[in-house]
Design a protein around this ligand. Structure first.
Ligand code: ATP
Length: 197
């Protein structure tokens, strides 16, 4: 990731642009200055489906709520810009920018390089590159602890993600849902046929 642009996300009431260097980047600052909010912003823009897992209850909680001196905002926006010179994201662009917005009205907006898309498109793009909100790329304090103390399914799921198996599970799940729907349709059709004698 090359750059992180924030506007109206949690405590970021003003436009903030963070340039990231290759290798290790450290975020330092006093308690409550927004370090975790910055990581939440990354996770959110990477397609985290729910605001609940971002230490807030509702979508509204991620929109800057104002301070003593600054008015609240009506929208939260996060843009993640990736270097794609190696083509890892599967798009023919040297840079790929992912935009996610949430409005107080409840509407949301997603874009890849400025072209509006669905949340699903961002998730799929990142899953194909083995990179997503739930992937090994971001390991929160809580998750690290879970991994350390858990066994079985949870640890397996995390390892699957690292090994790139998780996306196939996702595809398999969608296929199973489609099959179940088709079976239900078939049952219904058979019932109608039976009624018709
Ligand atoms: P610590 O080191 O204590 O974990 P931190 O630097 O990680 O702190 P964060 O948890 O990222 O800090 O930031 C917390 C601050 O963000 C709190 O002051 C909280 O009031 C503020 N904040 C969170 N959501 C919003 C919002 N929607 N609008 C305005 N401020 C917010």
């Amino acid at each position: 990731m090359k750059r992180l642009d924030l506007y109206g996300f949690k405590s970021f009431g003003r436009r903030v642009s963070v340039e990231l260097e290759q290798g290790l980047n450290a975020i330092v600052g006093p308690n409550g200055c927004g370090k975790s909010n910055l990581l939440d912003a990354i996770r959110w823009a990477l397609g985290e489906p729910s605001a609940r897992s971002l230490r807030g209850g509702r979508t509204e909680d991620i929109i800057f709520g104002g301070t003593k001196d600054v008015r609240p905002l009506g929208m939260a926006e996060v843009v993640l810009t990736f270097d794609n010179t190696d083509g890892a994201l599967g798009l023919p662009h040297h840079e790929v920018a992912l935009t996610r917005r949430a409005y107080r009205s409840g509407q949301s907006f997603f874009a890849i390089n400025g072209v509006p898309c669905r949340l699903r498109d961002i998730q799929d793009l990142l899953a194909r590159a083995n990179f997503g909100a739930r992937s090994h790329v971001l390991v929160s304090q809580g998750t690290a602890e879970t991994l350390a103390v858990s066994g079985g399914d949870e640890r397996r799921a995390a390892l699957d993600e690292v090994a790139g198996i998780a996306r196939y599970r996702h595809v398999a799940l969608l296929a199973r849902l489609a099959r179940d729907r088709a079976l239900q349709e078939m049952d219904r059709a058979q019932a109608v046929l039976a009624e018709m004698g």
